[in-house]
Design a protein around this ligand. Sequence first.
Ligand code: NAG
Ligand code: NAG
Ligand code: NAG
Ligand code: NAG
Ligand code: NAG
Ligand code: NAG
Ligand code: NAG
Ligand code: NAG
Ligand code: NAG
Length: 550
Amino acid sequence: MPVVFLLLTFTFTFSFHGCFVHAGDPELYFNWNVSFAKVSPFGVEKKVIVINDRLPGPLLNVTTNNVVSVNVFNNLDDPFLLTWNGVQMRRNSWNDGVQGTNCPIPPGKNWTYHMQVKDQIGSFFYFPSLGFQMAAGGYGPIRINNRVIIPIPFSFPQDDFDILIADWYDMDYQDMRDAVDQGFPLSLPDGILINGLPPEKANFTFKSGATYRLRISNVGIKTTLNFRIQGHKMLLVETEGSYTLKQYYDSLDIHVGQSYSVLVTADQPPSTSYYIVASSRFLELDLLGVAIINYGDGSNKRPSGGLPEGPLPFDYNYSMEQARSIRWDLKVGAARPNPQGSYRYGHINITRTIVLQNDEVMIGDRTRHAINGVSFVYPDTPLKLADYFRIAGVLTAGEVPDEPSGRKPTLGTPVVDASYKSFVEIVFQNNESWIQSWHMDGYNFVVVGMEEGKWNKSSRSTYNMVDAIFRSTVQVYPNSWTAILVALDNMGTWNIRSQELERRQLGQELYMRVKWDEAANNTVPNPRDEMPFPPGLLLCGKAAARSGTP
Ligand SMILES: *[C@@H]1O[C@H](CO)[C@@H](O)[C@H](O)[C@H]1NC(C)=O
Ligand SMILES: *[C@@H]1O[C@H](CO)[C@@H](O)[C@H](O)[C@H]1NC(C)=O
Ligand SMILES: *[C@@H]1O[C@H](CO)[C@@H](O)[C@H](O)[C@H]1NC(C)=O
Ligand SMILES: *[C@@H]1O[C@H](CO)[C@@H](O)[C@H](O)[C@H]1NC(C)=O
Ligand SMILES: *[C@@H]1O[C@H](CO)[C@@H](O)[C@H](O)[C@H]1NC(C)=O
Ligand SMILES: *[C@@H]1O[C@H](CO)[C@@H](O)[C@H](O)[C@H]1NC(C)=O
Ligand SMILES: *[C@@H]1O[C@H](CO)[C@@H](O)[C@H](O)[C@H]1NC(C)=O
Ligand SMILES: *[C@@H]1O[C@H](CO)[C@@H](O)[C@H](O)[C@H]1NC(C)=O
Ligand SMILES: *[C@@H]1O[C@H](CO)[C@@H](O)[C@H](O)[C@H]1NC(C)=O
């Protein structure tokens, strides 16, 4: 009897490309055609990346536990990869779509991502991860809807709108990349787009009295944007897959790579239209993205009055106070019925502390960015594949020290080894005068604290150990620190990166290899902890001639 049961379990659980999927999890299949198009939002024509002829690309609309395949046809003359910002890719860094885990899809070829959106809900986005392609678009929204049996913690909105806001450069993306590589810093952006459109071109229609969910992501490459709506308050409900304490905001600072859901009720006179504004923060010039909300019939009424005012451009205090006010709603459930607060992170012992400081440095005659003295460069073989095929000399484990070292900066391909199931405190120390934005693939983390100055152990007394927000992208203010706690329960090789493109291109990223650690003895290795090597994975570099077994 036990033998039969086991066999049945295996048949069901290994049925889909080695994914650990249960029978009955619905499967969705998408065909995406990636190509170039030309647009000129501010009068200068630029080559952009469109998916199925659209910028932003199609909505990836999925539900918790769906098994998702996305067949991507690369019609560019450039290698291409998409990554799924904030989607946890459980046990599946194989499909994460960054250069350290995946070989690029060559021009003229297609490749199919396979993933399960396991135990997740929320608003996210995808974007091209290679080179400077994100500066040419190629991004699009992701919604992971609640399963029908798990209620959302607010009344069902009339409709959802995906709003992708981004800084925009008229310059060709390859020229931008070449300039940055050669040490010319990125100039200021030329404008702000809302859903790929210049000011006053994007519009949304509201029905008087109805409430809408706006899922807003900053898909830009450099600029924090302040989001606000003329005459309407925004009720914050979700950020990157966590339901927040419901609070009203007049405006929200959204840093590069971050996503928020707000509820907006159409409670203003329908006789006029209203401005949506996404304005640049912390820049010497004031750039504005503008969209329009029409009430009712969608007729072409102009908004009355001026654009709504935002905070002062360099008011970091406003921004930090707001960030601290965004908290986790402990009482409601997210992807599972149990409340978010049943994860009592404040009761778990920290097993390791890592302080990561990014600095602008000179290596040779070039400006680079280095984390604790190591500036990341990609090898020709993805780290994940080099690791799997045991190809020597690609990744350099242990190269990044656990705290800033003060040593002479070097180029490297750093991988931080971390124990599966350990509970790690990471402090991002920003010693620059520019705001930083950090993203971690494969995980959500708890943002327990942020303060001005230099972090030390007694800074822990300021931590929120009860209801800090759980998310995947966090800002670090100039000359300040941000501390996160993360439970390393997702085996794989995961990208920790600057979401600001220029810094990432110049070396502000690394990989964390979360693996079973014999010495820590914290678990026993189980093949189910990570998906097996997926058949059909693209191979390249030193792994090009390998087959599916190491
Ligand atoms: C993809 O788009 C390109 C350019 O628009 C077109 O030439 C090609 O036929 C499309 N391919 C598929 C498979 O749809
Ligand atoms: C997204 O998927 C959900 C669940 O299947 C469905 O109810 C909804 O209509 C879809 N929305 C869009 C815009 O496709
Ligand atoms: C490429 O697309 C074809 C047609 O949809 C599909 O049958 C094939 O599996 C795809 N190849 C890969 C490697 O995903
Ligand atoms: C609103 O946007 C649609 C496309 O989404 C466009 O066709 C229409 O002209 C726009 N209307 C206004 C008033 O700008
Ligand atoms: C920071 O902002 C908060 C709330 O917005 C305010 O109470 C406080 O006085 C400000 N602090 C400084 C130093 O400006
Ligand atoms: C956490 O650490 C404290 C003090 O070192 C210890 O007493 C306690 O047992 C630990 N808790 C767990 C769950 O390991
Ligand atoms: C931080 O920056 C200041 C000024 O740029 C510099 O003097 C200081 O040494 C830096 N601190 C660290 C820890 O790198
Ligand atoms: C630690 O940082 C706090 C401010 O966060 C500061 O008041 C204190 O002096 C620092 N302690 C040490 C030992 O540097
Ligand atoms: C590791 O765990 C095993 C099984 O629980 C136990 O027998 C062994 O003593 C542990 N080893 C260490 C070094 O803690």
